[in-house]
Design a protein around this ligand. Sequence first.
Ligand SMILES: Cc1cc2nc3c(=O)[nH]c(=O)nc-3n(C[C@H](O)[C@H](O)[C@H](O)COP(=O)(O)OP(=O)(O)OC[C@H]3O[C@@H](n4cnc5c(N)ncnc54)[C@H](O)[C@@H]3O)c2cc1C
Ligand code: FES
Ligand code: FES
Length: 454
Amino acid sequence: MTEFLLNDETVETGLPAGLTVLDFVRYKRNLKGTKIGCREGDCGACTVLVGEPTADGIRYRSMTSCLMPLANAAGKHIVTVEGINPKNGELTPVQESLVDHGGTQCGFCTVGFVMSLTGFCLDDTEKDQAMSVSAVDGNICRCTGYKSIERAAAEIAKRLSGRDFRKNLESAVKAGVVPKYFNGIESRLREIKPEITDKTTGAVVGGGTDLYVQKPEEMVSEEATHVLYSQQLRGIEEIGGRVEIGASATVTDLLESQLMKDVFPDLFFHLKLVSSTPIRNMATLAGNFVNASPIGDMTVWFLALDAKVVFDSGRSLPLRKFYRGYKELEKDALESITRISFVKPGKGFRFNFEKVCKRQYLDIATVNTAISFEEQDGALSKVHVSAGGVAPIPLYLSKTSEYLDGKTISAATIRASAEVIDSEISPISDVRGSADYKRLLLRQLFKAHFIEVI
Ligand SMILES: Cc1cc2nc3c(=O)[nH]c(=O)nc-3n(C[C@H](O)[C@H](O)[C@H](O)COP(=O)(O)OP(=O)(O)OC[C@H]3O[C@@H](n4cnc5c(N)ncnc54)[C@H](O)[C@@H]3O)c2cc1C
Ligand code: FES
Ligand code: FES
């Protein structure tokens, strides 16, 4: 049985835990406000809000319901547009702004925008224009044009300035952002005890953002262990000089972690290049590593931190030894990742991440690369360089890292290390670009690292 709140209703269902929330709300509850566009997480038409009880209230995050299994709804508050519409036919401030600024034409995408912007009203982000526009980075509109939607988003941010609904849901109710029944949601959610599975059976599913794109039909009935909300697999903390991260930490968890912000001053700027807000809200680190895409952004990021992965079997492994060949892993089929860790950097730490795609946001990389090192008076130590899109696996550039270690930064050193990089990679020509183009791109991005950090 899966138990959760769907808008104002308590749901207990014996339907397969792998059924998507999208199909459940549309076809089992007849809530047709949530639209189907791509079913691949790309268009945002199916966006819903997912409320999770935390130590300080409920945290709502936008997610694409087409990639979300019912299992991940257990113990949560799932909010569709029907769950925020005021009863008397009036509009919420978000809906009003979209109408006032001409932010809707055919209306097919509008529900997705409304849910993303309502999520923005309730989340922890800064309430400014840039962040309001950023909140709809996973929503596509084919007919209105984005300027009017951006103006509506900016007005919402202006209206919210100085207000914090995240920790005070009652004030969101008073402002009409969400209906009155939201006041009782926290106590209702705390009464639900989601079923806990402590035994791994079948495939491990995190956010589902890879699995539900790769094999959506099979996932509905496949036996699986759902780990996105497993308490043992979450959390980001410093233990014994290492940053320890639960395997199910999402990209958004990283973005919101004070520890990560302290270590990586450009965290937001870099992680903004990874997918979109709703996908970052679901995409786990372990999912990114195990998917083993040669261009996995988080994999390339953590390779450059020389991170370590820990398995439920108790063994651990440097991430750079995790990839044996294309989609071939140094892991037993039933082994799952529990933690990821890296040494908390010391003084003079520098980190940079670069990614080039066919379009700037919500696209996978053609080539991506990251670097970390410590620098004192121009001298480099503890250098780790990684790159994606230039080999069958995400690459730790061991020769380049070794070459740079102990060197002093200069144009000559950078030029010479670019030669070493060339000897370590084996890009192929494909739809994302020719092998020569990818070689050139990596050289340029490698130079960009030094322009950015020095
Ligand atoms: C629209 C869209 C945009 C995207 N953009 C990007 C992007 O810009 N950059 C990028 O890198 N990726 C991107 N992705 C891919 C995807 O979001 C990431 O790879 C994500 O991190 C996968 O995590 P998940 O938890 O959703 O994985 P899932 O789909 O749940 O799982 C993926 C694999 O990992 C395994 N797995 C999950 N958790 C564990 C565990 N604890 N132990 C062992 N195995 C485990 C699963 O069994 C499965 O094999 C995008 C995906 C979509 C749909
Ligand atoms: S239907 Fe397009 S993101 Fe879900
Ligand atoms: S209003 Fe028609 S697709 Fe956005």
